[in-house]
Design a binder for this molecule. Structure first.
Ligand code: CP
Length: 305
């Protein structure tokens, strides 16, 4: 079954092109006669044991637009997880009620675990601080759509590299592109774990670690911002100190090239001043909309349709 579990699965240019082309086709149909009802008669289970706005609702919207139906756990407290039921038992049961499962869970590797008892394809919608492949795919799709290419770009990430699972999924995918230059900007406490740096080195992706964007703002094509992942910190004071590491204001964006973009994985908490939103380079709300089309394409991919 074509489960969607990790970014590594999509470290394949042809596969990325295929998914991006399908997403573009579905977006065009959505703006016209509507998406084809390819999921008619199918039920998608969205199981969110961690909070979400974009990922759950864009998957559900995509499934409905494709003619499918939804069953959902939007809050673990309302499921039998609160009585102590294991994830594997829940997946075994729920996979008998649906045609695909979209799973978000706080435990690393929970999606790979779920595959052990699932009777249907599993889509990883974020597992702990491990992976978030559908987010990484929509991020790349947005760059491709906004700038017309990914090869040769200079991309600055201002990120919590330690806990941001979408970055962990992006790293292998980036190896599919040539002549990239990455800037990894942030405090040492949130630095990209060694295993991911090794992956970048092994695939020949050039990167540099910096503690400020100031010296490179004028040359980057993409400024990709994330929040600091508050829910992974046990020490509130450490979080409060580190969250201030990232702030993008109108002064920041004014120093960027006219043909550049600012992305944010969202939710935005502190990192981008809402005054930036009206700048045409602020592409983060367009990015969230792209999630709908990428996730529609991924539902079709997982169901082999
Ligand atoms: N970016 C993202 O995963 O957003 P949600 O947590 O709202 O799904």
């Amino acid at each position: 079954m074509p489960h969607i579990l990790t970014g590594k699965q999509f470290a394949d240019k042809k596969l990325l092109d295929k998914i991006f082309a399908k997403a573009a086709e579905l977006e065009k149909a959505d703006g016209g006669k509507g998406m084809p009802k390819l999921l008619a008669g199918k039920i998608i289970a969205t199981l969110f044991y961690e909070p979400s706005t974009r990922t759950r609702l864009s998957f559900e919207s995509a499934a409905l637009k494709l003619g499918g139906q939804i069953i959902s756990i939007a809050d673990a407290k309302t499921s039998s997880a609160s009585k102590g039921e294991s994830l594997l038992d829940a997946i075994k049961v729920i996979s008998g009620y649906c045609d695909a499962i979209v799973l978000r869970h706080s435990e690393n590797n929970s999606a790979e675990e779920a595959v052990k008892t699932s009777l249907v394809p599993v889509i990883n919608a974020g597992d702990g601080f491990n992976q978030h492949p559908t987010q990484a795919l929509l991020d790349l799709y947005t760059i491709q759509k906004e700038l017309g290419k990914i090869d040769g770009l200079k991309i600055a990430f201002m990120s919590d590299f330690r806990y941001q699972r979408n970055i962990h999924s992006l790293v292998p995918m980036l190896s599919s592109f040539s002549n990239l230059k990455l800037y990894l900007v942030g405090p040492k406490a949130l630095a990209l774990p060694k295993e991911f740096k090794e992956q970048l080195k092994a695939s020949g992706v050039e990167f540099e670690e910096l503690d400020s964007v100031d010296s490179i703002l004028g040359e980057v094509d993409v400024l990709y911002v994330t929040r600091v992942f508050k829910e992974r910190f046990s020490d509130e004071a450490e979080y409060e100190k580190l969250k201030k590491s990232f702030f993008v204001g109108t002064n920041t964006v004014s120093r960027m090239k006219a043909q550049s973009i600012v992305l944010h994985v969202m939710p935005r908490v502190y990192e981008i001043d809402p005054a930036v939103d009206s700048d045409p380079r602020a592409a983060y709300f367009r990015q969230t909309k792209n999630g709908l089309y990428i996730r529609a394409a991924l539902l079709l991919y997982a169901l082999d349709l």
